[in-house]
Design a protein around this ligand. Structure first.
Ligand code: COA
Length: 244
């Protein structure tokens, strides 16, 4: 797949690299990025040559500073801008990918940026990362799944604090809150996620997709139902000829 205007997509050694590429605007998420991300995520989902994907931001300062505020300001209203954004279900696509997605987070990780990261399975941050949900300050609420994914990852109290107060969280605190799995020096960010990606891609893609389903779907069930789900998936997996 060729490069786009707002995203660079590369494939190397069975890893898909998605780089948000608007560094002059701190990789703010605009409509073009929405459309391009939709195509790239579709390709990752369907391409058997991609076993793991890494999502990262171009430039020194940000993974993504949230929705593009210039589009918000030129749309008839922030509501209209939001509605336009829903025309493509990028977030549903993100969450429907049965491969491992790893977010490599540096600098500003705000609004849609944190929401994209929350759609990934594993989040690794560099020491300079800062996380925030600034929507309330704009009179809106998250609309890329953040009000649902954030409490599922860090719990209700901290999610409410971040959302209602708009307080930003630095990398170390984000790690304590389990918003990110680990924090590494900036220069180690990509090598760390690449190392993780190579461990993950060494496993059977079919088993990985079942394991991911067991955890993600199970978390929305009671323990008893979750264990039943695990049993069913384990049974189906045994009948998959391509499981190893
Ligand atoms: N949408 C569009 N452009 C954005 C942007 C966004 N969300 N965030 C940053 N930019 C642009 C700035 O307009 C600026 O462009 P310019 O150089 O053409 O003027 C450039 O990125 C650099 O940002 P700047 O604000 O100058 O950097 P800073 O270090 O002073 O501040 C932030 C960084 C992240 C604190 C600040 O840019 C900010 O608050 N951004 C908006 C965050 C936000 O509310 N996101 C929406 C969530 S719903």
């Amino acid at each position: 797949m060729s490069n786009f205007e707002t995203i660079i997509y590369e494939k190397k050694n069975e890893v898909g690299y998605v780089t948000l590429n608007r560094p002059q605007a701190l990789n703010a998420y605009n409509m073009q990025m929405r459309d391009e991300l939709y195509q790239v995520l579709g390709a990752i989902k369907d391409d058997p040559e991609v076993r793991v994907a890494i999502l990262k931001g171009a430039g020194e300062r940000a993974f993504c500073a949230g929705a593009d505020l210039s589009e918000f300001l030129t749309a008839p209203s922030p509501v209209a801008a939001r509605e336009a954004r829903w025309e493509r279900d990028v977030w549903g696509l993100f969450l429907g990918i049965d491969k491992c997605l790893i977010a490599a987070l540096h600098g500003y990780v705000l609004g849609s940026g944190i929401e994209m990261a929350l759609c990934c399975d594993i989040r690794v941050a560099s020491e300079d990362a800062q996380f925030g949900v600034p929507e309330m300050g704009l009179g809106i609420i998250p609309a890329a799944g953040g009000s649902q994914t954030l409490p599922r990852v860090i719990g209700r109290g901290y999610a409410l604090e971040m959302l209602l107060s708009g307080r930003w969280v630095k990398a170390e605190e984000a790690c304590r809150l389990k918003l990110v799995n680990r924090v590494v020096p900036r220069d180690d960010l990509l090598p760390t996620v690449e190392k993780l990606a190579s461990k993950i891609k060494a496993h059977s893609p079919v088993a990985l997709s079942y394991a991911k389903q067991a955890i993600n779907r199970g978390l929305d069930l009671s323990l008893e139902q979750g264990i039943e789900l695990e049993g069913r998936l384990a049974h189906y997996l045994l009948s998959e000829p391509s499981r190893v």
